[in-house]
Design a protein around this ligand. Structure first.
Ligand SMILES: [Zn+2]
Length: 453
């Protein structure tokens, strides 16, 4: 980054990201306390309990009290209800049913079946704040044959680890109050075709819900790679889409004229997560993987993206393919199967802390700025303007984020208290975005400008 910034408006303060990260004072004491409360033992007990249901296949038994998806759903709901007590009844719990019929869109569902998502909603403390955050994992499991609903399918890592993270977040966060609403969700039907996520995303879209971020936790508890044996228990991957799955004609035009293919709202969220959550997880980091998902894979964030929401996926850095989607067996000395003994609970706890810092930071921050615009004059000055968010805590100011066009992460930020900024920087050489700053330094998501004609 060049160091000869000249600003036409004096009095703007420029902060580099290295400086802002090293400021220990920017940590929120309540978020730090919650991160400390996240317990690997608690995650371990959640995972072991889910594995005890034998299989959680979406077409498995729904009547038994001890085996199958029905028992697993009721157990998750009972855990949420337990946490509801400490929320002072601010959290509501429901089993949200939806019927899946066999058809072209549901090749992995051979008969009509009623599936249920387990949904806990921690209502925001500010009745005027309509923002909603959602964190999800999938409750269902599978063995080698995706259609076998009877065979043992422990799914300890895929995805009891994700549901355990969601439960642990609900346990810790339900004791506190946040201005906006947080939904904790364990979905069904992921392995049969992302069915539970499709149901919820469609429902939130139909209800015009102001969902500002969806975090999908799927396969977040293993640290050692199959084949190579490489271990990494210090990194979680964040996957985010490049070009939005759906965009309005206006958004598409803006993207094409700004060449902002690396700046979808979900990519901004991924950068945000890395920036705000790493200070709460000593030595544990998040990578911004610049693709929507892993090679040939998909997940529950996908239907949310297809419904126009901002969504990312968390998955461990090293995956183990002798464990995922495998029938329990030993072959050539290799033990196959997704068993609790392979889960790194301390690792999953750190993933939960990344989620927690993200959710709490977003919840406490102002809503993101709206209608961010950039003038299209052919000159060397950049003029930006925006409006305050309609909901969320009141911002005290804004950061204009700046990076050179070849850089993956924001490099500099300029603090302004106005709803506009004028910078002596060429639009050709830099990308810009704007984020709101709360009274206690909490940051909103960053928003890219659209050209103002
Ligand atoms: Zn999964």
């Amino acid at each position: 980054m060049r160091n000869y910034f000249i600003f036409l408006f004096l009095g703007l303060s420029v902060v580099s990201f290295a400086q802002s990260r090293s400021k220990a004072t920017s940590l929120d004491a309540e978020v730090a306390a919650m991160a400390k409360e996240i317990s690997a033992d608690s995650i371990k007990s959640h995972i072991q309990k889910m594995v005890s249901f034998g299989t959680r296949h979406s077409l498995s038994d729904t009547v038994s009290a001890t085996t199958g998806i029905g028992a697993a759903r009721r157990w998750v709901a009972a855990k949420f209800l337990q946490f509801r007590k400490q929320s002072g009844a601010a959290m509501t719990v429901e089993l949200d049913p939806y019927e899946i019929t066999p058809g072209a869109r549901t090749p992995r569902v051979p008969r009509k079946v009623t599936m249920k998502n387990v949904v806990a909603t921690l209502k925001g403390s500010d009745p005027n704040d309509d923002r909603v955050l959602l964190v999800s994992g999938h409750l269902d499991s599978r063995a080698s044959d995706v259609m076998d609903s009877v065979i043992t399918a422990p799914g300890a890592n895929d995805d009891a680890s994700g549901v355990a993270v969601v439960l642990e977040l609900a346990r810790v966060m339900s004791k506190r109050k946040f201005p906006c609403t947080v939904i904790f969700m364990a979905v069904q039907g992921e392995e049969q075709g992302l069915l539970g996520a499709r149901h919820m995303a469609g429902k939130l879209r139909a209800g015009n819900v102001n969902l500002i971020a969806m975090l999908n936790n799927d396969i977040v508890g293993n640290s050692t790679a199959s084949e190579t044996g490489d271990k990494n228990d210090k990194t979680i991957r964040i996957f985010s889409e490049m070009i939005p799955a759906v965009e309005s004609e206006e958004d598409k035009k803006a993207r094409e004229s700004l060449k902002s293919e690396n700046d979808s709202p979900s990519r901004q969220l991924a950068r945000y997560i890395k920036e705000v959550s790493e200070p709460y997880t000593k030595g544990f980091t998040a990578t911004v993987n610049m693709r929507p998902d892993r090679f040939l894979r998909g997940g529950d964030h996908t239907p949310f993206l297809q419904n126009g929401f901002i969504a990312v996926r968390f998955t461990e850095f090293n995956e183990n393919y002798t464990q995922q989607h495998q029938t329990l067996r030993t072959e050539n000395g290799i033990e196959y199967g997704d068993l609790p003994k392979f889960v790194d609970y301390a690792y999953a706890a750190n993933v939960a802390r990344i989620n927690l810092a993200t959710l709490a930071s977003l919840a406490k921050a102002p809503g993101h700025p709206e209608n961010v615009k950039m003038k299209v004059n052919l000159d060397n000055i950049t003029y930006l303007s925006w409006e305050a968010a309609k909901s969320g805590p009141k911002p005290k100011g804004y950061y204009v984020l700046i990076r050179e066009t070849y850089q993956p992460f924001w490099e500099k930020k300029i603090y302004v208290t106005d709803l506009k900024a004028q910078l002596s920087l060429s639009k050709d050489n830099y990308f810009f975005a704007v984020q709101a700053v709360g009274e206690k330094e909490h940051l909103s998501q960053a928003v890219m400008p659209v050209p103002l004609r």
